[in-house]
Design a binder for this molecule. Sequence first.
Ligand code: NAD
Ligand code: ZN
Length: 236
Amino acid sequence: MKARRIVVLTGAGVSQESGLDTFRDADGIWSRYRVEDVATPEAFARNPRQVHDFYNLRRRNLLAGHVKPNAAHAALAELERRWPDEFLLVTQNIDDLHERAGSRKLVHMHGEMRKVRCAACGAVTANDADLSVDSVCDACTSSGTLRPHVVWFGEMPLEMEHIGGALARCNLFISVGTSGNVYPAAGFVAEANAAGARTVELNLEPSLSHSHFAEGRYGKATAIVPDFVAALLAKP
Ligand code: NAD
Ligand code: ZN
């Protein structure tokens, strides 16, 4: 069967070689912070300053000069550009390295670090500045109502209908650099299998959900993703 409609899912592993930490690896973000202190709505209600500080630090790191898209981001952007049929990149990452590499057909299911959302007016706006409990919304001028535009544990990921539709139609599902820990993303391979798609995992090591994939290639994203994309473009 020829691949025609592609869905790619990416996680923190695709950005690791760009200098951004993953979550669950031994030296990952969750070895230094507790999820329930910085990445839940309850944490934000209890201690907004601590949550702002966490994302301020991550945003500054993302904007630091040394953080750049890598060869895996570039290969996925090239695949989108050269693919003649349907293509959707779904990322769990809240960084913007896919966009910087040239990806355009993408959804950020867990939100975006370089945007803020206002609890008063609902506006989502671009923001590269540090946030505080006194920050002012550009759209409605309320103060103290801004939060990072990211999906916290216990919240519903974004664009689930759009993603579900693409998964139900896809012939090829490729998962890159994700540990298969966090649902609903970890369940996408099952939806792709149900649609009859070829399913491929590209990761440093077999993920928790590796047994659901028909194929796996293991190694660093900057090596295995360009190889896989080149082979796919040569022989769809
Ligand atoms: P993860 O850290 O759980 O897994 C990363 C995976 O990438 C691992 O399987 C690891 O083996 C692999 N990997 C590491 N380096 C690699 C490399 N160089 N090349 C290829 N693979 C590599 O990250 P995840 O799966 O993305 O985590 C799930 C998602 O949960 C996150 O992306 C995040 O969006 C979300 N999350 C967000 C928050 C938040 O801050 N709001 C909190 C918790 C989880
Ligand atoms: Zn507002």
